[in-house]
Design a protein around this ligand. Structure first.
Ligand SMILES: [Zn+2]
Length: 399
């Protein structure tokens, strides 16, 4: 089968031949096979920041009436803690089905390992990873949330999570009480990740506080140990740093080859919560990060829970939000946003097989749009999704 007359993100005409589950041939500037009328094609969205164990909580719990950040967080955690094993499984499975329909074929999910049923949540995520192995690449980060103090028991818990199986480790060190605690947690995770050949993805400086500065510790550890590809998720404080400090940090971030993963929908929802007007709208200076040559990827983050009652997990909603909120709405920048939601995500997740090249697995999403900006204008256009050579969703586009 040849899917013909498609457009790449950078506007080239492409025709793609698929043989079973492999891309067998790629023809540039040729319109062969089935005419797909110049629709935009990508090798699947990469959703670089998800919590499949936090999605669709509003299916089973009451929405919170308060708009106060802390109260909302408490209700979310309470809901999550009281889910049955069956509910955790079915809501996580629903998340995966939504990702597939939206063409997010590569998803990095953080799974909260502390609190009630932490390791059970992790086992369920691993079970689903196996069940959907042929359709979606699910990458699991064992996530130590900081409502617990990082003590000896926490170390045991993290070791147990590694035994269950994780692709990487993460935590939110900026929420530990002292600088000393933050450093201990970061160093421990680097040690454990190196020892077990795991990836690292921190919820880093997810705060409006210009004095929240754990990213510099993470960058320093990465440099000291020569570890490339560590991810800093959110990094909202970068918005609030003074320019002098921000410039120096970004220089070292580039040297350490870290990734930044921005989740614009929830970052905007949560930023400014502790401030009176004027409130910060904290996004981590995406344009400046890109100018410094730092790899920036995008995550949709939570879907339909207390924090984010909106959303269906469509990466185009995350792209749209970032375009408007961080001055990235011009056509060339929309192109950059598409790269962030595809190839940059593949780099952040350290995917070995990603792209529309010969002998790659046939993972393709064909959007009912002529270009990246046309897709963003439509906000959530129909799409055809092929995963591993299998038609997952036609979106009304006939082959
Ligand atoms: Zn998160």
């Amino acid at each position: 089968m040849i899917l013909g007359n498609l457009k790449t993100i950078d506007g080239r005409t492409i025709s793609i031949e698929i043989n079973e589950n492999i891309i067998s041939k790629v023809y540039y500037d040729k319109k062969l096979g089935k005419d797909l009328e110049g629709r935009l094609v990508i090798p699947g969205f990469v959703d670089s920041h998800a919590h499949i164990d936090s999605n669709f909580l509003l299916d089973v719990c009451e929405p919170v009436e308060s708009t106060k950040f802390i109260e909302v967080l408490e209700r979310l955690v309470e809901c999550k803690e009281n889910l049955s094993v069956d509910q955790i499984y079915s809501l996580s499975k629903k998340s995966i089905e939504y990702y597939l329909l939206n063409g997010s074929l590569f998803v990095r999910t953080h799974i909260r390992i502390n609190g009630k049923k932490g390791l059970e949540r992790l086992k369920i995520a691993n079970k689903l990873k196996k069940e959907y192995n042929n359709l979606i690449h699910l990458q699991i980060i064992g996530f130590f949330e900081s409502e617990n103090y990082f003590d000896e028991d926490s170390k045991e818990l993290i070791y147990k999570a590694i035994e269950v199986s994780v692709d990487g480790l993460g935590a939110e060190p900026h929420l530990q009480p002292s600088l000393e605690d933050r450093k201990r947690l970061i160093k421990f995770l680097f040690d454990a990740a190196i020892e077990n050949k795991l990836k690292l993805d921190f919820h880093a400086d997810y705060s409006d506080d210009p004095n929240s500065r754990v990213s510099e510790i993470i960058v320093s550890e990465a440099l000291k140990r020569g570890i490339k590809g560590v991810s800093l998720s959110h990094l909202v404080s970068l918005h609030s740093y003074n320019q002098d400090y921000a410039e120096r940090l970004m220089k070292w971030m580039k040297n350490a080859d870290v990734n930044v993963i921005v989740a614009p929908i929830t970052e905007l929802e949560e930023s400014g919560s502790f401030e009176n007007y004027p409130k910060k709208r904290g996004l981590p200076r995406v344009n400046e990060l890109l100018e410094h040559g730092i790899n920036v990827a995008i995550g949709h983050n939570d879907i339909q829970n207390h924090f984010n009652p909106l959303g269906i997990g469509d990466m185009l909603h995350a792209i749209f939000t970032l375009a408007i909120s961080d001055y990235m709405f011009f056509p060339t920048q929309i192109e950059k946003l598409f790269y962030m939601a595809t190839y940059n995500g593949a780099k952040a997740l350290q995917l070995e097989k990603y792209g529309m090249a010969e002998n790659m697995p046939a993972n393709l999403v064909i959007l009912d749009a002529k270009s990246p900006i046309d897709a963003v204008r439509k906000s959530s256009p129909a799409r055809l999704v092929i995963s591993n050579g299998k038609l997952v969703h036609s979106g009304g586009i006939s082959l």
